[in-house]
Design a protein around this ligand. Sequence first.
Ligand code: SF4
Length: 500
Amino acid sequence: MKILLLSSPVVQRDFDRIARVPNLGLASLAAHVDDLCTVHVADIHGLKDHQEYVKKKVNGYDMVGLTAMSFQYQEALVLARIAKDAGAETVFGGYHPTLAAQEIGESRDAALIDYIVRGEGEATFRELVSSRLTGKSPKGILGLSYHEAEGSGKAKSNNADAARASKMVHNPDRPLLKVEEIEMPNRDARLITKGFYSFDVPIDCVETSRGCTQGCKFCSINLMYGRRFRRFSIERVIEDIRDAEAHGAGSIFFPDDNITLDPKRLERLCQAIIDAGLTHLRYKTQASASGIASSKTLVDKMGDAGFDGVFLGVESINKRNLEFLGKGKMSNDAEKAVQYLHDNNIIVSTGLIGGNPDDDEEDLWENFRLARKLKVDFPIFYISTPYPKTQMRAELEEMGLVTNSDFTRYDGLHANLKTLHLSEEEVQYITWQMNARYYDFEWFRYNKVKRLYPKWFANEVRRLAPFYARRKMDLALGRRTPKDFFREDLASGELCKGMT
Ligand code: SF4
C-alpha cells in the first residue's frame, strides 16, 4: 500500500514571504504508519503549480491524505478530485473537516471524501490503514467518519449520486493520546525538502506540547483537543531538534498552541537547549502576552537559548474586546512582554484583533497606535473571524453580524462580519489601511529585522521599493486612489502590502 499525504497549498501570501514552514503534523502521521506501508509527505505549499505536481505525482498511490483549515478546504476538494480520478482513496483531516464533519458528511463534498480522521490523527489514521490492509470494517475506529456501505457505497469520483446515497457515519471521538504514545516525526518521508525558510534561514518545526487550557471564544484549539495541555518530555524535544537540524534546519519553529502555559517548563527547555549545545540554531515560537510577561527570567533565558522571534497573541488592549474574545486582562502584559522580548533582541510579531461587535473606527486604530507605541516589528492587524462551531460564531450570528459564510475568506485578514458601527467593507478598508501604513520610515528605523536578517531585509527592500514607488507616484499624480489599491490588494489576497 502507498500513501501520499499533502499539505494545504493555500497560504497567506503576506506571511509566506517571511516564513514558509514544512508541515509537522503530516510527518507525525507518517511516523505512525511507516511500518505498515510506504508513506510520503508532499509539502506542496511552496510550489508554483501544486495541482500539476499532484496530477503527476499521485499515480500509483492507493490513498491520499489532505489537511485543511476552513479557508483551505475548497482547494483540498479540488486535490481530492485529482486523487480520486487517479484511483486513490481520500482521507481528510485537520481543523475544518474535524469540526464540520457532520455537515460535510451530508453534503455533496462527501462524494470526494472516503474518510475523515477527526481530531488528533495519529492513532485513528494508523487503525484506518491497518483496516484497509486487512480488509476489516472501519466500524470500531474511534475518531473516524466513513461511508457506511463500504465497497458499494463509498465515495466515487464520478458518481456523486451514489456517494450522496451513502451518508457518512461518524464513529465516537477518540480520547487524546498520552504523549509517550506519539512517535517522533518521520522527516525522511518528505518528498519536498527545499524552499522552507524563516527570513533566509532553512526552518523546520518541533512541537514541545499540545493543547491549551484557555477558552478564547474565537479559537478552535479546544474544540480539537479539549481544554488539555500535554507536555512532551524535554529529552524528546532535544532529540527532535537534533533530528530537524540533521535534516537541514538552521531555524526551529515551536508551533505549540500555548507554549507559555507552563513558563517554568519553557525555562527548563531553554536551559536544556543551552546544555545540549544547540544555541547556534535560531528559535521561534508563538506565545501569549501574559505568559511572556509573567517572567523576565524566562525571556532572558529564551534569549540565551537562541530565540530570535516570537509571535505574541496580544489580541486587543480594549477591555470590552478582551472580554468579548474570552481573554483575561492583558493590556499591561502586552507592554511588558514586548519590552522583555526586545531587551533580548527578539523580533516581535503581534496579533491584534479588530472588528469586534462594538468597534468603531477609533477602536480599530487603537490597535495601530498600540503597535506603534510598542515598536512591534511585525504587527498583524487581524479581523475577528467567526470560525465554524466556535462560541464567537454563535454570538455573532445571534447578533446578526456575520456577513459571509464563504469559508475561503476565513483567514483572519478578510472581513466576514460587520460591527454595530461599521459595515463589512469599512472594517476591511480600515484594517487594510492599518496594515498598509504601518511599514513606513518610522518602522524602517526601529524594526529589529534589518539588524538580525540584513540580507533578507535588503532583498525585500530591493524587491518592494519599485512597487511602493509606483504607488506613491500614482497617488501624487492623481492617477489612482487608495481605494483603488485597496481593491487591487483585496482581489489578489495580499492585504498587508499597501502603503498609501
Ligand atoms: S490562549 Fe491561544 S491557543 Fe489557547 S484558547 Fe486562547 S487563542 Fe486558543
